[in-house]
Design a protein around this ligand. Structure first.
Ligand SMILES: NC(=O)c1ccc[n+]([C@@H]2O[C@H](COP(=O)([O-])OP(=O)(O)OC[C@H]3O[C@@H](n4cnc5c(N)ncnc54)[C@H](O)[C@@H]3O)[C@@H](O)[C@H]2O)c1
Ligand SMILES: [Zn+2]
Length: 366
């Protein structure tokens, strides 16, 4: 049997360029690739979490050591509730105890939580050292590992402290997706559907006809993941610091975040984004802001991935949560309007218009 071929995606940004490799067996071969991407590296530390480490940490460290780079490891407790100042401080402490220098490299092995937190530690240790992202969830492959945003949460809100640090290399090994919980895999598909609505009618149609499941072939997973990374790459390269275009990546997120908060964060982020995407499409189509038939198209694709297209949360509660959104500037809110499959635009709306969007979009019941 032929080995599965990998895809190479080059990302150019104003603050540097890097490669994203999407393929198989990248965990076991990461050492040479990291050495090539960070040739001056004198040492590495792999940061992972308690769910990921038992599967992939020893292979990662062994590959880096085999490539001739001294390597230590630090394992953080899994989960968003640990993406905080305390864990961040422990990572920095471990980096200092491992005597990392300004030439050393942090390897983030895990989902978006590890990627954001290890990335922020790299961005701030000795005023910034290099980071290599090794995303192990679908969401972190298609979303958080590309673009250079790093962050931790404060008790009052998510991602309130952070920095921009472009990675030196991203290695997305689709074999790691096999050990994900089904719900976590599906969360990633919520962002995948969002990306295709923004920028890829061809992939949108393909996903509707041929939904992606966790046991898809490696070739199919590599294809879908790499196309999504290209979509995110094209947006963030054009707008590295989120002044305009990058805001379109928030499609489905104003109502999605409201649904997520109203559910007390018990329903996964990607599930809430999927429902939020269907809600906003129903509302904007009704208002004549989107192409006729768009909402039905998005609902079909979303349902095909076994993601929700509606929510049971009351309209009052969604409105209350949506108007707390951080994008609120005074008495207006920026929302991303899906115009047709392949195009979206930012629209500034009033609180009354937000009320209308919620009423038109969120009253459907599953
Ligand atoms: N920086 C950005 O641009 C950006 C973009 C989107 C999201 N994010 C952040 O990403 C985070 C969410 O990321 P996520 O959905 O990957 O969550 P996560 O990192 O918490 O991973 C989800 C769960 O899966 C486990 N896991 C990860 N990989 C695994 C594997 N291969 N096998 C078995 N279990 C595995 C984790 O331990 C965790 O329990 C949030 O904190 C969010 O703010 C950042
Ligand atoms: Zn999201």
């Amino acid at each position: 049997m032929n080995p599965t071929s990998s895809k190479l995606i080059h990302v150019d940004t104003a603050s540097g360029s890097y490669d994203v490799v999407v393929g198989t067996d990248l965990v076991s071969s990461c050492g040479e690739r990291i050495r090539a991407a960070v040739p001056k590296a004198d040492a590495a530390i792999v940061v992972s979490d308690t769910n990921v480490a038992p599967h992939y940490l020893s292979t990662t460290v062994a590959s880096i050591v085999d490539a001739g780079l001294p390597c230590s490891a630090f394992v953080v407790p899994a989960g968003e509730t640990n993406k905080n100042l305390g864990t961040y401080g422990q990572i920095l402490q471990a980096m200092a105890e491992a005597s990392l220098t300004r030439d050393s490299v942090v390897v983030a092995l895990g989902g978006g939580v590890v990627g954001d937190m290890a990335g922020f530690a790299a961005a701030t240790y000795m005023r910034g050292i290099r980071v290599v992202q090794m995303p192990t969830t679908l969401l972190s492959m298609v979303d958080s590992s590309v673009g250079g945003k790093t962050a931790i949460d404060l008790a009052v809100g998510k991602n309130l402290v952070g920095a921009f640090l472009q990675p030196s290399l991203v290695l997305a090994d689709v074999c790691t997706l096999a050990t994900l919980e089904a719900e976590v895999f599906a969360d990633g598909m919520g962002e995948v559907v969002k990306h295709t609505v923004l920028a890829s009618p061809a992939l949108f149609d393909e996903l509707t006809e041929r939904p992606v499941s966790q046991d898809a072939s490696n070739e199919h997973l590599i294809d879908v993941v790499s196309q999504n990374i290209e979509i995110k790459r094209d947006v963030v390269s054009a707008d590295e610091r989120e002044h305009g275009l990058r805001q379109t990546l928030n499609l489905g997120h104003t109502l999605g975040h409201a649904i997520e908060a109203a559910n007390g964060y018990t329903l996964g982020h990607g599930h809430c984004v999927a429902a939020g995407l269907c809600c906003i499409a129903r509302a904007t189509e009704e208002l004549g802001w989107s192409e006729p038939g768009l909402a039905r198209q998005i609902e079909r694709c979303t349902a095909a991935q076994d993601l929700p297209t509606t929510t049971d949360i009351s309209l009052d509660e969604i409105y209350r949560q949506a108007t707390h959104d951080k994008k609120r500037h005074g008495s207006t809110i920026n929302v991303v309007v899906p115009v047709c499959i392949g195009a979206a635009r930012i629209q500034t709306i009033t609180l009354d218009e937000m009320r209308t969007l919620v009423e038109l979009g969120c009253s459907a019941r599953g």
